[in-house]
Design a protein around this ligand. Structure first.
Ligand SMILES: [Fe+2]
Ligand SMILES: [Fe+2]
Length: 259
């Protein structure tokens, strides 16, 4: 297993593992983001089975035992499967998540007590600042949330936009770490394939609220990171999901079936 490092913003590093066997032939990436500061934060722990590769890769940037915060979008294996492995190697590390995630899953599943973050609460990392924002059911999970790193304008947006590798590139396999241009169309194509979003009546409102943060970068868990007008991309995604919700209500489109 090979994990690649790219600095996508000043002091924010993408640790990316390409898996050819998911959504073949184009493949899929699993990304974690290290935000360096006096109190380093890792956003997404990665799968438990990717822990060794992620730990060895992260250790080229910072000693794993120096990690202070562990954040992620929602309770799922790729977002937080290796949570306890990281807690074991980093004695001062603490999981930080919203009230719902802590109450529903993390109080029980995390080996050390998590920190509860209110909607809009900031953690000062020393040189970086992350603001936690609740996004319930968007894209999926009652406990869903994102983090905005405010000094670089980077939205750690998890699965909000999920991109395959080959949608964007003529060649198969892993693509560049950072892209510009349209990411809504490829996200819609991935939605057609996976049906990963929990379409709900508040989804458009949630995404438009995030667009007001006007991020200059979107750090995607699956796919390349995006640089450009993140607010416009989030508005376009809101419109796309409003359109889909309308079509679902009308019975025009149905959930995809996995083969
Ligand atoms: Fe997810
Ligand atoms: Fe994910």
């Amino acid at each position: 297993m090979d994990t690649r490092i790219s600095e996508i913003a000043d002091g924010i590093y993408r640790l990316s593992t390409f898996v050819a066997g998911i959504a073949p032939p184009v493949g899929f990436t699993f990304n974690s983001f290290l935000v360096l500061g006096d109190e380093p934060l890792l956003f997404h722990t990665g799968l438990r089975k990717m822990f060794g590769s992620n730990r060895d890769t992260l250790s080229r940037l910072v000693a794993p035992e120096r990690l202070r915060w562990i954040g992620f979008g929602h309770y799922e294996a790729d977002e937080c499967g290796a949570m306890n492995e990281w807690l074991a190697v980093a004695p001062d590390a603490q999981v930080a998540h919203g009230q719902t995630g802590v109450m529903v899953s993390l109080n029980d599943m995390a080996d050390r007590a998590p920190r509860v973050l209110k909607d809009g609460e900031v953690i000062d990392l020393g040189g970086k600042r992350v603001r936690y924002i609740d996004t319930p059911h968007t894209p999926h999970g009652w406990d869903a949330g994102v983090m905005m790193e405010e000094t670089t304008g980077t939205l750690l947006c998890g699965d909000l936009f999920t991109l395959l590798c080959g949608d964007l590139f003529t060649q198969l396999g892993d693509g560049p770490a950072l892209i510009t241009g349209d990411i809504v169309s490829p996200a819609a194509a991935a939605e057609d394939l996976f049906g990963y979003s929990a379409l709900n009546p508040t989804m458009g409102t949630t995404l438009r609220r995030l667009s007001e943060l006007s991020p200059g970068r979107l750090a995607l868990m699956h796919g390349p990171s995006f640089e450009g007008d993140g607010g416009a991309a989030l508005q376009a995604l809101a419109d796309e999901y409003d359109r889909r919700a309308g079509l679902h209500r009308a019975g025009v489109i149905e959930r995809p079936e996995f083969a």
